[in-house]
Ligand binder design. Sequence first.
Ligand SMILES: *Cc1c(COP(=O)(O)O)cnc(C)c1O
Length: 373
Amino acid sequence: MNIPYGRQYIDDEDIQEVVNILRSDFLTTGPAVKNFEKAVADYTGARYAVAVSNGTAALHAACYAAGIRTGDEVITTAVTFAASANCILYCGGKPVFADIKKDTYNIDPEDIRQKITAKTKAIIAVHYTGQPCEMDEIHKIAKEHNLLVIEDAAHALGADYKGKKIGAVSDMSTFSFHPVKHITTGEGGMITTDDNELYQRLLLFRNHGITRNEALMSENEGGWYYQQLKLGYNYRITDIQCALGISQMKKLDRFVARRRILAQRYSDELGKIDGITCPLQKKGCSSSWHLYVIQTPNGRRREIYDKLQAAGIQVNVHYIPVYKHPYYQSHGYDNVYCEQAEELYKNILSLPLYYSLQDEQQEYVIETLKKII
Ligand SMILES: *Cc1c(COP(=O)(O)O)cnc(C)c1O
């Protein structure tokens, strides 16, 4: 038995779409990129979408478009993948970590308020495990303090917040298409926005800061001419990847529906076990269930992790609070303490959760866990 905590699902149709692109004229910067962007924009309800090389590039681009620069502070959660904070550093900004709420494990709006200073420019909210953050509350705070709101929605493609799809809720939302996420392009990312100005900045940033748009250029010397206006990067994604993404988007609702069924079954079965805390399912929004995170009995996480691994069940831990990493500790974060984040980290385990996880495999995970505990 070998059950990973997450994995991609690729079928013959996906493979055929990729092969078609390999035989076509454009391997990059071609029509598949635009079509993939349209598919994600249409699905989420956002006006614009910009596809980039990975989810971290999407976060970097969003911070750039938000105008984050040296001296700016950006508030994000302590319980996330390092990229949610690293993107702030890439722009010269300072990540400020807010604690999480004890029940949802998402960023605590009250603690955001506590952490706001005159230097705060933006909030990066992370929909941890796919459960939407309290966006109304966060938007209220942002409005009061004139802050931009970016959602790191790497876990939340397909999630709903009060009847709206995640991706069309804030100034910008970013997605990742790493193989463990809801859909994959191998590596890939996307930023969605309704704002044309942000959209134009994202386009420039993805491609070295270069434009051929006459409206943006100071002069035009001919058909060959282009200008580099800003310092951007090569964060382009290939048509090969986007062909896979378009094909995967057709299956997204099926992927999410299956994850919801699997999550419900975990909750039904594990909720009965003394000592295990199952994740809360908050009313008014619908998680896309990127991760299913349980809390194990106090002091037993390492033992349970090792026993599950030995049984071929590759559980994982999401996440070590970002500021605890040596890089952050040696860069001025050794005094940071987010109590709820550190308490959560002590006992959590992410159980296997992905579209193609079979009922018998899930049964095996549940039974093995019952035996250990
Ligand atoms: C996966 C992930 C990212 C980074 O995405 P990549 O495509 O791997 O660069 C960022 N934030 C969160 C919360 C993630 O889970």
